[in-house]
Design a protein around this ligand. Structure first.
Ligand SMILES: [Mg+2]
Length: 330
């Protein structure tokens, strides 16, 4: 199969500061597999490197050579190890080809109702309290996800709450708190009407999550949740898991993780990296399966080169065209 790829620099509309560091740009790799499209997010705090993405694509190109036309047989040829983001990109491309051949968008082939996709949150990156309040006010989105995880978080949260008394606020600390800080902040989060807390502590502190669970604020794990095994292992410690294609390695493993999370009584948030409409559009096909959507990557970018996923405020309008339904903007 003919496979081409291209590295692309994503420009962020605002500096994107989270507990893992600050970015003004991010790197994406766009793949084209005989016309099927996919995107790999090169996110270093998830262990992704451009060289590893490229190495995976080269290995996959060899293995896909002469592959039969069936989706399952092609998926089985994708290398098992290596970059999960690269696997996700190729898997998107294979599903894109499959859906186009069948003449229907993926959500329909998956038997899902696009009207059941939850509204997406809008991410407010970490900054000075007044900056965050300004972004929250300008966003006019009903659900905000505040990136916290360093000194001064209470002031940040208070400023945003004062600016947006109406907003449903979620907090993502990206593992930036200590157990002591988390215990101190938890009652304040509740007082300020926060609805959900994501990754307060580093993944290594899993046992300490037990001390935060069941205290009135749904607790979600994100960074460590990459496989069905991770969903099972984390289930006793959290109320929900954040599933992203770039972590799971694509749509099929993400669906398996969602099913397992459901079986274990966990809530599901479907998230994204800082990604274009290509990768986020792919994830959006699974949004009807999620309780919460955090699919705002394209809204954070200045130079998204793709079209096909639309936002009506916070509401996702799922692609209507066959396959992924995402095309280069012309
Ligand atoms: Mg997160």
């Amino acid at each position: 199969m003919r496979l081409d790829w291209q590295t692309y620099t994503l420009e962020l509309a605002h500096p994107f500061r989270i507990a893992h560091g600050t970015s003004l740009t991010r790197t994406a790799v766009f793949v084209n597999l005989e016309g099927g499209l996919g995107e790999a997010a090169v996110v270093d705090y998830h262990g992704e490197r451009l060289e590893a993405v490229t190495a995976y694509l080269e290995a996959a190109r060899d293995r896909l050579e002469g592959a039969p036309a069936s989706l399952q047989e092609r998926l089985a040829r994708l290398p098992a190890g290596g970059s999960r983001a690269a696997r996700a990109a190729l898997e998107m491309a294979l599903f894109d080809l499959w859906g186009r051949a069948l003449g229907a968008p993926l959500w329909r082939l998956f038997g899902l109702d696009p009207d059941r996709a939850p509204p997406t949150s809008f991410t407010v990156a970490m900054g000075e309290p007044e900056e965050m309040a300004g972004l929250a006010r300008a966003a006019k989105m009903p659900v905000l996800k505040l990136k916290l995880g360093s000194e001064g978080d209470l002031e940040r949260l208070e400023a945003v709450r004062a600016a947006r008394p109406d907003a449903r606020i979620r907090v993502d600390a990206n593992g930036g708190w200590t157990p002591e800080a988390a215990r101190r902040l938890l009652p304040e989060l509740t007082r300020l009407g926060v609805k959900l807390l994501e990754q307060p502590l580093p993944p290594e502190d899993r046992a300490a999550y037990a001390g935060l669970k069941g205290r009135g604020l749904p607790l979600f794990a994100d960074e460590p949740i990459k496989t069905v095994r991770d969903v099972v292992d984390w289930a006793p410690y959290v109320d929900g898991v954040v599933i992203k294609l770039a972590k799971s390695g694509g749509l099929a493993p993400a669906r398996a993780m969602i099913a397992t999370a459901r079986g274990l009584g966990l809530q599901v948030m479907l998230g994204c990296m800082v990604e274009t409409r290509l990768a986020v559009g792919a994830a959006a096909h699974l949004a009807p399966l999620a309780d919460h959507a955090d699919l705002d990557g394209p809204l954070l970018l200045k130079n998204d080169p793709f079209t096909g996923l639309d936002y009506d405020g916070a509401r996702l309008r799922l692609p209507a065209e066959p396959g992924l339904g995402i095309r280069p903007r012309t």
